[in-house]
Design a protein around this ligand. Sequence first.
Ligand SMILES: [Zn+2]
Ligand SMILES: [Zn+2]
Length: 224
Amino acid sequence: MVVFNGKMCLKLIEADDLRATQHSTRYFPQNPSTAYLSPYISIDIDDLPLGRTHTKERTTTPTYNEEFSSDVHNGQQLHFTIFHDAALPPDEYVADCTVKFENIHDKKSDIWIDLEPVGRIHIAIELQGQFSNSVSNERHFKQNKRAFAQRRFAVVRRVYEINGHKFMATFFRQPTFCSICSEFIWGIFRTQGYQCQVCTCVIHKRCKASVVTTCPGIRTCFEV
Ligand SMILES: [Zn+2]
Ligand SMILES: [Zn+2]
């Protein structure tokens, strides 16, 4: 794995063709209108939050033009997640993408990146520093820990990508069936499992490694 050390200047310019997932329109199944989206973009370097843009109200083609700069220590990848700014938390997942530093060939790039399951974002990025082969995990971990302490109030809502599914930790008020092992997902007060933000299937944390199905994807969801 190639890592980057140095300074990064990142500009989030705009996003295009955003669409609400079936999951995020579950309260309005009769009208999964795209006008429902009020999107913002959350940025992580590896598992550390870097920041987020402001929310743009009711648009599927938001323009941000917001800049972020950061020192990067052994950075492997950038992760962009689009959320819908919901009236009641938690904010709804819309789409995401990952870009490896090693794939940003030019020190100064202006690029469009495809989002999954649908949409794309436009960013400008400038890197000043060096690429090198990965250091040991231990050193990486220590530096991550230090950076984590500095940003301990920020929380990354992680998206686990498995065969196109976009699983996020979700609480359920009612017992829910796991689509892998068919057993209940339940707890004493609130139950936690992983729900795909695209096809809405629900699984146990422990069943994550057993997912073999491919996510049917957003287009199929809307045709059903
Ligand atoms: Zn899925
Ligand atoms: Zn299960």
